[in-house]
Ligand binder design. Structure first.
Ligand code: DGY
Length: 320
C-alpha cells in the first residue's frame, strides 16, 4: 500500500481523495511546522509527500525520505521552498497548485490596497480606542483609488487578475512590467508595458506578483523605493524576500512612500523591527490564498498530483 505524508492538517478534500485510492495517509498530528531534523526522521519510507510553503525540502531531506519517494506536492503555487533541481536529479516529481488561488490572492491584493488607501487600520484602532467623539472633517484623509495608476510587477495569472479588478472595478490606468510583453493583455485592459524604473516613478499603487528567484530577491530596495512617488503605496502578496524589508521600514519612516500592504515578509514569521509601529501599513499573516474555495481546491490539486505520480504518470502540475 502506498504511503503519503502530509506535513500539517489541510482541508479534507484532498485527504479524502488520497484515502479513496486506498493509500495510507498520515498527517502530522501536531499543527506545527516540523524542523528539518523532524522532517527527515518522519518522512522516511513514504511514497508521496504533501508539504507546505513553510517546509524546506532540499537534497538532504529527500535523501532521508528514501528512493521510494516519487513526488513532493506543494500545497502552494510558489515553490521556492523546494530544491527542484535536487528532486529532479533524484527522479522525484515536484508539483504546485496553480490557477485555483488566483482570484483569492488578487482579491487580497485589493483588500490590502484599499485598507492602506482608506486608512482602515488606523480608523479601526481609533474607533475601538473610544476616540470617536464627533465627525471629523479633516481626519483620515487618503487617496481615492478610482482612476489612479496601478503598476503591476509580474504578469502571471495573479498579476493579470489584479489588472482585471483594477481596470474593470476601479477605472485604473494599468502599467505592467514583466520579462515579456503581452500585446493581448495590453489591448484587453488598455495596459501599458513599462520598464521597471518607469513603472516605479509613474504608479500610485505598485503591486508585486513575481516568484522568488535569485534575480527577484530584493527587486525592491532603497533605490527603487526612493524612485516611487511620495504618495505611492506598495503591496506585496508574492514572497517576502522580493522586498528589502529593512529598506521598506526606512522608506516608510522617512515618508519616501505613503504606505504599504504586506501579506508576506522577508524572514516570516519574524518581522523587521519597526514595521509594526508604523501607522501606514496593513499586515496580514500570509493569508492571501485563505478562502474556503482556494484552500479546498489547493488540497484537491495537491492530491491529484500525488495520485498521478503514484500511478506512474506525470503529475498535471509538474514544476521543472
Ligand atoms: C502560494 O500558494 O504560493 C501562496 O503564497 C499561498 O498563500
Amino acid at each position: 500500500m502506498a504511503k503519503v505524508y502530509v506535513t500539517r492538517p489541510i482541508p479534507e478534500e484532498g485527504i479524502d481523495l488520497l484515502k479513496s485510492k486506498g493509500y495510507q495517509v498520515d498527517i502530522n498530528p501536531e499543527d506545527k511546522v516540523l524542523s528539518k531534523e523532524e522532517l527527515k526522521k518522519t518522512i522516511a519510507g513514504y511514497n508521496g509527500l504533501l508539504c507546505l510553503l513553510t517546509d524546506h525540502i532540499d537534497g538532504e531531506v529527500l535523501d532521508a525520505a528514501g528512493n521510494q519517494l516519487k513526488i513532493v506536492a506543494n500545497y502552494a503555487v510558489g515553490y521556492d521552498n523546494i530544491d527542484v533541481k535536487a528532486a529532479t536529479e533524484r527522479k522525484i516529481f515536484v508539483s504546485n497548485t496553480p490557477g485555483v488561488l488566483t482570484e483569492a490572492v488578487a482579491e487580497h491584493t485589493f483588500a490590502l490596497l484599499m485598507t492602506v488607501a482608506k486608512r482602515i487600520v488606523e480608523a479601526d484602532k481609533f474607533v475601538r480606542g473610544g476616540k470617536y467623539k464627533q465627525w471629523e472633517p479633516m481626519s483620515f484623509l487618503g487617496p481615492q483609488i478610482w482612476g489612479k495608476t496601478i503598476g503591476i510587477v509580474g504578469l502571471g495569472r495573479i498579476g493579470s487578475f489584479v489588472a482585471q479588478i483594477a481596470h474593470g472595478g476601479f477605472n485604473m490606468e494599468v502599467l505592467y512590467h514583466d520579462v515579456k510583453k503581452n500585446p493581448e493583455f495590453e489591448m484587453r485592459f488598455s495596459a501599458k508595458y513599462k520598464e521597471m524604473a518607469d513603472l516605479l516613478i509613474e504608479a500610485d499603487f505598485v503591486t508585486i506578483h513575481v516568484p522568488l528567484l535569485p534575480n527577484t530577491h530584493h527587486l525592491i530596495g532603497t533605490k527603487e523605493l526612493g524612485s516611487m512617488k511620495q504618495t505611492a503605496v506598495l503591496i506585496n502578496t508574492s514572497r517576502g524576500p522580493v522586498v528589502d524589508e529593512v529598506a521598506l521600514v526606512e522608506a516608510l519612516k522617512n515618508k519616501k512612500i505613503a504606505g504599504a500592504g504586506l501579506d508576506v515578509y522577508e524572514r516570516e514569521p519574524e518581522l523587521t523591527p519597526g514595521l509594526v509601529d508604523l501607522p501606514n501599513v496593513a499586515l496580514t499573516p500570509h493569508t492571501a490564498s485563505a478562502t474556503n474555495e482556494a484552500r479546498n481546491a489547493m488540497s484537491r490539486i495537491a492530491a491529484e498530483n500525488i495520485i498521478a505520480a503514484l500511478e506512474g504518470k506525470e503529475p498535471p502540475n509538474l514544476v521543472k
